[in-house]
Write a protein that binds this ligand. Structure first.
Ligand code: ADP
Length: 609
């Protein structure tokens, strides 16, 4: 199996190479496209982060600038009237220009002892219920005096002492001491309904207002503090108006107060559900610090799954699929080419083999024609001589020598018999090669057939001085074709006489119940081991044609006949020690399938050589 596999791989190496190269190119192209997609996605995300951060920064700067402007109102006059402040804030068009801001207010700084007078003063301005809250003794107080627009929400905050609440206090102190805008930490605005579950996180920005010229030291600032211009912010409303690519759609934003991110510090989130996993998995997650009025915020940007463009996925899929298809096509084409080449090579090898076979056949035929011509010429020459002799005798004056004429005619007859035998054997071979034999099976006794046939050779044997015997002690019955048997016997006995060197020839017949054995033994020239098999083939001879005439067809015909009768033939021989040919024939005749139905041929009656 491994050998098969390795030969397959070797043969299709170029196809597999094409496959590998195609896959590699597809892989590289897909990587390249994927990288382009990733880069584009990262760029888009970075842009969203940049614009989001910048947008928020600008917005917060704008609010601070606006608050600083409002401080100007207070710095320029000792006393700002409620109406004046109302008109000023209205002119700012807060809802339209400053989304997210809840209002602008002024919180007055009250030193101990000023509280009562303050409450009375403000009450007299048309706010009879005015009081500073929460109640209680404190070292310092602040009180929201103005808060515009004075809607129901903001009205709730009037009088509130923001300094009493630690988160607000921290920012107020920072503002007071630094003289700069200061943002508070996360608070719940007093404007929010206590019961409102949708209450937003909030924060405030304070801008300090001082009496007189701008004090320079923290102590000075504290001593000259008049109050704070401030603005409360609802975080959700503030971020709502923020615009940057993907926001509220494919990119989420969270804003945390401080450097840590956690639910406690969460000011705003656009995240609807679940953690940031998708964005983090794609590497599309950024934490960006932002400084807002002296406070650090942490902005978290993360992409949603919908951020991934469908088009890009489609593009990658198209590259992959078309790459794979082209690779497959390339592979199949190369393989087809390899197969076609292999088939062409095989065809050419087969052609060469056929050509060589044809050349051999032509050579064998030419050789055979040479031998056949020689074989035919021998009896023809002798026939011609005899006829010339006869003709001369007939033309001779005087009485005819009848005995000589008779001998001449006899000789002529022998030569013509010989000629017709040669022609018969040639015809036989042709029939055997092209048609199937028809057998005429009948119950026969092999000993009797053998004795009868051998008798026909007695004259020849006697004249050659050869002792020819038949040994068939017991009858051997079987179903055979008499003429074919005679032909087999004729060929074997005539060969034994021909190659027997005048030594005795013995023919034996035996049977073992299922098969009959016919044995023809001579003590002649014998056969070399390497020739024992091939002499049964067509035109094959193991002797020189100079010493022995013959066409090399007798044994070929014999084997064909024996096999047609379902039997087999073999020879045992050694050079110079004679040969024994043994024929084995089943007594039942050939199997059903061996019984031919082809055109009947005239069975040969004479030795076939
Ligand atoms: P042919 O006798 O015409 O040559 P055969 O087919 O009868 O053709 O025999 C083939 C060859 O087998 C002969 O040429 C000869 O070399 C060898 N052969 C056949 N019979 C004998 C035998 N009895 N003794 C030795 N050689 C034989």
């Amino acid at each position: 199996m491994p050998a098969l596999l390795s030969s397959h791989l070797r043969r299709h190496a170029s196809a597999y190479c094409a496959l590998l190269v195609g896959l590699a190119v597809t892989g590289v192209a897909a990587l390249y496209v994927q990288r382009g997609i990733d880069e584009r996605r990262n760029r888009r995300f970075d842009e969203a982060v940049r614009e989001g951060t910048l947008g928020l920064q600008q917005r917060m700067d704008m609010y601070q600038a606006m608050l600083l402007g409002t401080r100007g109102l207070f710095s320029s006059s000792q006393q700002v009237e409620r109406d004046e402040f109302h008109a000023y804030v209205e002119s700012l068009e807060l809802p339209r220009r400053y989304p997210g801001i809840q209002g602008i207010g002024f919180s007055q700084w009250l030193r101990p002892g000023e509280l009562e007078a303050h409450e009375a003063e403000v009450g007299a301005e048309g706010l009879p219920d005015y009081h500073v809250w929460p109640e209680g003794e404190r070292a310092e107080y602040t009180a929201i005096v103005f808060l515009e627009p004075l809607d129901a929400r903001n009205r709730r905050a009037i009088g509130f002492d923001m300094f009493s609440e630690p988160t607000r206090q921290e920012a107020m102190r920072r503002a007071m001491e630094t003289a700069l805008p200061a943002a508070s930490g996360k608070v719940r605005l007093v404007q929010e309904d206590e019961a409102d579950t949708r209450a937003q996180a909030g924060f405030l920005i304070y801008v300090p207002v001082y009496n007189g010229t701008q004090p320079t030291t923290p102590e000075d600032r504290r001593a000259h503090l008049r109050g704070f211009v401030y603005a409360p912010f609802r975080m959700g409303d503030l971020v709502e108006g923020l615009r940057f690519p993907g926001f509220q759609g494919t990119v989420d934003l969270e804003i945390h107060d401080g450097a840590e991110t956690g639910p406690e510090a969460l000011l705003f989130t656009s995240r609807q559900e679940g953690p940031w996993e998708e964005g983090a998995r794609l590497g599309l997650y950024r934490e960006v610090p932002l400084s807002v009025a002296g406070r650090r915020w942490t902005l978290v940007f993360a992409a949603r799954e919908s951020f991934i463009e469908r088009n890009s996925q489609l593009q990658l899929g198209t590259v992959l699929i078309s790459g794979l298809l082209v690779t497959l096509l390339l592979f199949l084409m190369t393989r087809a080419q390899v197969n076609a080449r292999a088939a062409a090579e095989a065809a050419s090898a087969e052609q060469q083999r056929l050509a060589s076979e044809a050349r051999t056949a032509v050579r064998v035929r030419d050789e055979f024609l040479g031998v056949a011509a020689h074989e035919l010429r021998t009896p023809l020459t002798s026939l011609k001589l005899q006829l010339q002799l006869l003709y001369r005798q007939l033309r001779q004056p005087g009485p005819l020598d009848a005995e000589r004429v008779e001998r001449g005619v006899e000789s002529c007859e022998r030569q013509t018999t010989r000629l017709s035998q040669l022609v018969d054997s040639l015809l036989d071979v042709s029939r055997l090669m092209h048609g199937r034999m028809e057998l005429r099976l009948e119950a026969l006794e092999l000993g009797e057939v053998t004795r009868e046939l051998v008798r026909r050779f007695e004259t020849d044997a006697q004249s050659a001085g050869v002792r020819l015997t038949v040994d068939a002690p017991l009858p051997v019955q079987g179903r055979w074709d008499r003429l074919r048997l005679e032909q087999v016997l004729t060929n074997l006995v005539s060969n034994a006489l021909k190659y027997g060197q005048g030594a005795p020839v013995d023919v034996r017949v035996r049977g073992d119940g299922s098969a009959a054995f016919l044995e023809v033994r001579d003590q002649g020239i014998g056969i070399a081991r390497e020739d024992a098999e091939r002499i049964f083939d067509r035109f094959e001879r193991a002797v020189s044609s100079r010493h022995y005439g013959g066409l090399g067809l007798g044994l070929f015909i014999t084997r064909q006949l024996v096999e047609a009768l379902g039997g087999s033939i073999a020879v045992v021989s050694l050079p110079g020690q004679g040969s024994t040919f043994t024929v084995r024939l089943p007594v039942t005749g050939p199997g059903e399938e061996a019984e031919g139905t082809a055109p009947a041929s005239e069975p040969p009656r004479a030795p076939l050589h």
